[in-house]
Ligand binder design. Sequence first.
Ligand SMILES: *Cc1c(COP(=O)(O)O)cnc(C)c1O
Length: 220
Amino acid sequence: MEQPATPLEAVRDRIAQAARIAGRDPAAVQLIAISKTHPADAITPLIDQGQRVFGENRVQEAQSKWPALLEATPGLSLHLVGQLQSNKADDAVALFDCIHSLDRPSLVTALGKAMDKAGRQVPCFLQVNIGAEEQKGGCAITEVPTLLALARDAQVPVAGLMCVPPAGIEAAPFFALLAKIAADQGLAQLSMGMSDDFETAVMLGATHVRVGSALFGTRG
Ligand SMILES: *Cc1c(COP(=O)(O)O)cnc(C)c1O
C-alpha cells in the first residue's frame, strides 16, 4: 500500500478503513480538523490540501483567526466544540456553522434568541456528559429528553449528540452508549472520536469526528 503523503491523508485513510470494516460509507463520516491553539499559518496548508471543515473550542480565539481565513476561501465551515457561555451566543451564531456544546437550558434559551435575532439557524449537537464526570461539560444522560424538548420549543435545531468520554479508559462503551441514546431519541448524527480514538468512534457510528493533534501535531 502507498504511504500517505500528509497527516491529513493518513487520517482520512484511517477513517475510510474503519468505516469499511463497519460496513459504513466513508463519505458518511465528516472529519472536523480541530485547529485550537494553532495559528493561521498552520491552518492554511490543510485548506490547500482540501480540508473544508474546521473546529475551534473558544469563541474569542476563533474570532481572531477565522474571519480572514473564511474570507480567503469560500466554502469552509467552522464548528464550535468547546463550552459556550450564554453571553457569547450572538457571537457564536454569527461565526459558527455548527455548535457541538449545547448542554443546558439557559444556553438553549440564549441560542434560540440569538438565532432568531440573526435570522440564521445553526445546527447544534447536544453534548452529553457520558461518563457522569464531575466538572465536565455536557448534560446528564437523564436530562437529554428534557433538553431536546426545550430546544424544539425554542426552535434550536439539534442534529444529534456529542460526547467527550472519560480520559485514560477504553472509550468504546461510552461511544456505544451515546449511539444508543441517540437512536432512542431518533437523532441521526453522532459527534464523537478524537485523535486517540476516532477509528473506534467511526466503527460505532460517529458521523463527525473531531481530530486535532493527529493533524496538527501536539499543542504547545
Ligand atoms: C481539542 C478537542 C478535540 C481534539 O482533540 P485531539 O485529541 O487533539 O484530537 C476534540 N474535541 C474537543 C471537544 C476538543 O476540545
